[in-house]
Design a protein around this ligand. Structure first.
Ligand code: SAH
Length: 406
């Protein structure tokens, strides 16, 4: 029964060593060999692991498996961005996006099925929340993307070719352009296709701390994906207690979804601000950098026409950030069905950026990628069976005691 077999994907190095010694009576170095096969070579089948004895492989396949999520659809943007929908169960799917650039390849991964943070400008929030992803489901997104991007010669089980797709989710026709016949993906100088991993897909990663941190350890492990801590970025809407905890436990780059320069406005856009206001959030950010010896924190700021994009807002931001190790990343709002917001005109975005720059604050504008396949920031919606009874924006009333009207 495959359900009784332990999924090795996502096990920490120490857990895997314990597993091979306790279940198989093998030496710890077997665990290191297995990790190389799973993460470096993308193997999902023990039979390809040629440096392991035949007998050991046979016993392994009785008690263990390497189980990855199934791809439901693949879409490719005209700019080369790719989006995969991955099956979580009969009806639900999450999304993973690969963004190729000349000098890097960024994989944008999800941490939850949906999101409970209820940010008013985000498509994922409209879907509601169902559950946290497991470590294997988080790491599995990287495993799958690497296999898909490697082309037909990657190590893997027979039949699990680079473009194998699972059946459509119940009630949803398989959408998206077929992936077959794609141009080969560029591999960069260091031989990597995926050079950076960012938790900017669906979900709030710090709300799934228990599974996100072990997944990040595999991204950093030299027997895992062996990425430097600057190339793994966790983006959060501002869960202050978990930022303090993370500072003690895992060293990665931090991005914070700020989106407003004062509490009144941020309370409306990012409801968690009513619990952890800007002052408290920024203190946690500076503590994080101090503890980790980090260089700077990236603050994301979505540009919403007439809402948070006025010169006065830029000047308020200057007061918050002046002299701090901060970078502002201005994100043109990406539209999605049913939203009441509009993207700021380019002139307003440039003016905003200039005010920040003139005051010595580093501010860049994020180029929109993959919007023709709804793969841009905030457009990921997947397929979520909402289990939340009350939205966070209604649970945490604002200063006037009003819940947000959707
Ligand atoms: N929950 C995490 C990570 C996911 S969102 C967080 O809040 O940081 C990744 C980034 O995209 C966040 O900064 C988010 O605020 C931004 N975003 C959300 N909706 C957007 C939209 N419609 N247009 C542009 N950016 C958006």
């Amino acid at each position: 029964m495959s359900g009784d077999r332990t999924n090795l994907l996502g096990l920490a190095r120490a857990e895997l060593e314990t597993f091979v010694s306790e279940r198989l009576g093998a030496k710890p170095f077997r665990a290191r060999q297995l990790m190389k096969w799973i993460y470096r070579r993308g193997a999902a089948d023990f039979s390809v692991m040629s440096d392991l004895q035949r007998e050991f492989r046979a016993r392994l396949s009785e008690v263990a498996q390497i189980s990855v999520p199934q791809i439901v659809t693949t879409q490719v943007s005209s700019d080369g961005t790719r989006k995969w929908m991955l099956r979580m169960d009969e009806v639900q799917g999450i999304e993973t996006v690969y963004i190729p650039e000349p000098d890097r390849g960024t994989l944008c991964i999800s941490s939850q099925v949906g999101c409970a943070m209820d940010c008013s400008f985000c498509a994922t929030a409209q879907q509601g929340f169902n559950r946290n992803l497991s470590v294997a489901e988080i790491v599995g997104q990287v495993w799958l993307a690497q296999r898909e991007l490697a082309g037909p010669h990657a190590a893997g089980p027979p039949g699990a070719g680079p473009h194998a797709a699972g059946p459509p989710l119940a009630g949803r026709p398989a959408a998206g352009s077929p992936a077959a016949g794609l141009p080969a993906t560029e591999t960069r100088a260091d031989g990597r296709t995926i050079t950076n991993i960012v938790f900017m897909g669906m979900g709030e990663p710090l709300a799934n701390y228990r599974n996100v941190v072990p997944a990040m350890r595999i991204f950093l492990d030299d027997l895992g994906y062996d990425l430097s801590r600057r190339r793994v970025t966790l983006s959060t809407s501002g869960l202050v207690p978990q930022i303090y905890k993370l500072a003690e436990e895992c060293n990665v780059a931090l991005a914070v979804s700020l989106h407003a320069p004062n509490d009144e406005l941020r309370n409306e856009l990012v409801p968690i601000n009513r619990k952890h206001p800007i002052g408290e959030l920024l203190r946690a950010c500076w503590h994080y950098l101090d503890t980790q010896n980090g260089r700077s924190i990236t603050f994301e700021y979505v540009m919403l026409d007439g809402v948070n994009d006025k010169p006065e807002h830029a000047r308020q931001l200057v007061r918050l950030m002046k002299g701090r190790p901060a970078k502002l990343n201005l994100i043109p709002f990406n539209i999605f069905p049913g939203t009441r917001y509009r993207r700021s005109p380019t002139a307003a975005i440039l003016r905003f950026r200039d005010i920040l720059n003139e005051h010595g604050i580093i501010a860049t504008t994020r180029r929109t990628r993959g919007d023709d396949i709804d793969a841009a920031c905030g457009q990921l919606a997947g397929r979520v069976n909402d289990r939340t009874l009350v939205r966070l924006g209604s649970k945490l009333p604002n200063a006037r005691g009003e819940a947000r009207v959707r």
